[in-house]
Design a protein around this ligand. Structure first.
Ligand code: ATP
Length: 349
């Protein structure tokens, strides 16, 4: 069923279950949860040991009996029971007794929740999101297209008869859309995000330089994506571990090689942008030439991404303020009734 703004105004909670992070916004309470979508479980007893940032820190450092799991992948809940335990735990931790009062009254579920769903998600993914929220005590669940929520969160004039383009680049997926009059004119989703770019860098250094890179060493290399950074230097020192000996090693890496490695997965995003533009009427494309692209999602923080998109598309690229939380904040504005859109808005994914 397509939710209307009236339905959304009755929701007390907006939820964005991402592959990297889980975010919860409470009506009149703001963003109360922004934690990694990770849980650590004792496989002998099934007990939950940690969730969120604490569980993420344990990844790769656990003894055999502790498993670190990610219940959300590519924008879909893949382990409903674990997603419920993770959410219950973080909400209980952040809200205490208030959480109990808002979810169940006299044993009956009372909460109404709005959940962001990736554009074009499969019915099974929608079902999984609904089941997750029912298990948490929701009486009713409204699903809203992430692209609409993100556009609202970016402050784009979605209800106006002019085109706006949004690119939401998350951890596992990137969504591209052109919106006008509160509706999606054309959209595409590609299974490429920040994680694929990081994997491309790690793989390049392993195969070309026989260097294993610790995960925290990948981010400083993002700078190379946009063009010849570092004052135009052609090589950069990278510290890591030798693949064969396991000993610490420093190598001089050609920036162009790293840049090409990062650009390879991003060709999917560029293809999606051109595909969406090709499907738009010419008048809307003319609007976009002036307004440009609004870049959102956690990967918008990647320092080389916006210059790279600017260079490849020839269009202005703007980074949304707090780009990683735009979708849940946009959905939060909807449940708080702070936006006006045309009454025929198709909000559903
Ligand atoms: N400062 C930063 N520099 C570079 N990359 C960053 C930065 N902050 C976050 N990221 C990247 O952003 C991604 C997470 O983005 P986001 O929080 O939007 O994901 P998500 O909504 O959980 O994922 P998805 O939309 O794919 O389900 C990760 O790949 C992370 O590495």
């Amino acid at each position: 069923m397509t939710p209307t703004l009236e339905h959304l105004r009755r929701c007390s909670m907006a939820v964005d279950l991402g592959a990297a992070r889980t975010r919860v916004y409470l009506r009149n309470g703001g963003l109360v949860v922004d934690e990694p979508s990770v849980a650590a479980v004792d496989v002998r007893t099934g007990a939950l040991i940690a969730v969120g940032a604490r569980a993420e820190m344990m990844a790769g450092r656990t003894p055999d009996h502790i498993r670190v799991v990610r219940p959300v992948a590519s924008g879909a809940v893949v382990d409903i029971a674990m997603a419920q335990r993770m959410l219950r735990h973080v909400l209980g931790e952040k809200l205490g007794r208030r959480w109990l009062r808002m979810s169940v009254v006299r044993g009956m579920p009372v909460m109404r929740a709005a959940v962001c769903m990736p554009h074009g998600s499969e019915p099974i993914a929608r079902r999984a999101a609904i089941e997750t929220m029912y298990g948490l005590g929701a009486r009713r669940v409204e699903l809203v297209d992430t692209l609409i929520a993100a556009a609202v969160g970016c402050g784009l004039p979605v209800e106006q008869p002019e085109a706006t383009m949004i690119v939401v680049c998350g951890a596992g997926t990137t969504h591209v859309a052109v919106l006008s009059l509160g509706s999606i004119v054309a959209a595409e989703t590609v299974p490429v995000g920040g994680d694929a770019i990081d994997r491309a860098v790690v793989e390049h250094l392993r195969s070309r330089h026989e260097l294993m890179l610790p995960s925290q060493a990948v981010r400083p290399l993002h700078q190379m994506l946009g063009g010849p950074g570092n004052g135009g230097t052609v090589t950069t020192e990278v510290h890591g571990r030798d693949v064969t000996s396991g000993l610490a090693r420093t190598v001089l890496v050609e920036t162009e090689g790293v840049r090409q490695a990062m650009r390879t997965p991003l060709t999917g995003v560029l293809d999606a942008i051109t595909g969406v533009l090709r499907r738009c009427p010419p008048d809307l494309v003319a609007d976009l030439g002036d307004r440009g692209i609004m870049l959102a999602g956690g990967s918008a923080h990647m320092p080389g991404l916006d210059p790279m998109l600017r260079q490849a598309t020839g269009m202005p690229v703007h980074i949304a303020p707090n780009p990683d939380t735009v979708a849940v904040r946009g959905l939060g504005s909807m449940i708080e009734g702070r936006i006006r859109t045309s009454p025929h808005d198709p909000l559903a994914p």
